[in-house]
Design a protein around this ligand. Sequence first.
Ligand SMILES: [Zn+2]
Length: 429
Amino acid sequence: MIRPPKRPRTALLFPLLLPSALAIALVIVPAAAASPQVRSDRTVAARYVIAPDPEGRSVKVEARMTLKEGTVVLKDFGQLKSIRWTIGGKNVDVPAERRQDAIVFGPWPATGEARIVYELACVTEPGPEYRKRLMGGRNFVLAREGLFLVPAGLERDLVEVRWDLPEGWKPALGTPGTLPYIETQRTIWAAGRLSSRVEEAFGGSTFTIAVLDDTSPLSALPSVEALKAAFGYAWVTFGPLEGRTFGVGIFRRGALGGGTAFFHTLAAEESPSIAVHEMLHWWTNFTTPAWFREGAHTYMATRLLEKLGIITAEDLRSALEGFLREHEQVVKREGRLSTLAESSVAYDRQTGGGDMYGLMPLLAAKLDREIRAANPSAGLEQVFAVVASERLQKFDLPALIKSLTGYDPGPLFKKYFYAKVEDPAELLK
Ligand SMILES: [Zn+2]
């Protein structure tokens, strides 16, 4: 069972790693819709064997399928290194056309049984521009929907997925076996050398935490404890999630450049703040703008750690000072001081917006303090809970804050959101 950590509030033995623009990449996914119908004939439309390179530099996939007419699509995110087609026992060339993140193959010279072997390059040096789609490193690989070549139109059929892992590796995220193709697209797939993999049951669901071997056990432990505690708390406070399996992978520092959440899986470096930030994304309302979805969210994750006794009030304070330093970096990196309103829009357009992890969490902290000062029984968490429980609904957030808490955020937003904040230290007061 998931329950709050038994440890009382103790001094921190680990540094709180702050989320930075580099560290946290948002993965925008629509909230999971109702499960699609799987075709009733239950035939397996494709079989995949995924074989990572032991150094994590690439992943080789062998796909077998029956090709009829049409096209085959690989959403490779630009990472395809090579592909070999064998149809009806003959090696053939198949035309390919890139369409943004995907490559469309076809038409093929013959129909029939096909064996397609392709190799995808992993990103091994995380950078601020790279979206965490296919990554690798010593002793691990991490991928998402881009692993699977699929005949167009067969997206609702069953497929079979198997790992062919290097010696000593184990699956960390994703459940191999026979599954509807669509489910291969709704999980992070990861494997590597593990130091532990624990499964916790709660109700009829399972929560799995895999810790990769290269993490140091002592520094991974607080992340695991934080995740268990935060998951239990969020489940009760922000409402249950629809899924039945939830998976987490904890990676060594520097392996990923922060973390990433995708449907009900996440990968995070060994840092409670990164891990809990990513986990709260399971509850994110993706219709909300970046200032709430990432900025208020970043503050909420840190505040939740304090509330659960994972970090102290002092740690929370130094985390806020960390956001201030992040803000200074953002101004340097982006070459200008933007208003938070501009920054939120820029983030959503993927043209910057680094202050969603700098100044915006600070404004969220001030907003939370002001709400609580005006109404001791209210807080930003209450707003977060309402927005999270209606994940598909669009909200007028300032109006919601006012109606839920009685506090009007208008003046605060006028001063610090719509205008440039020349003295950001004011937000710490
Ligand atoms: Zn995030």
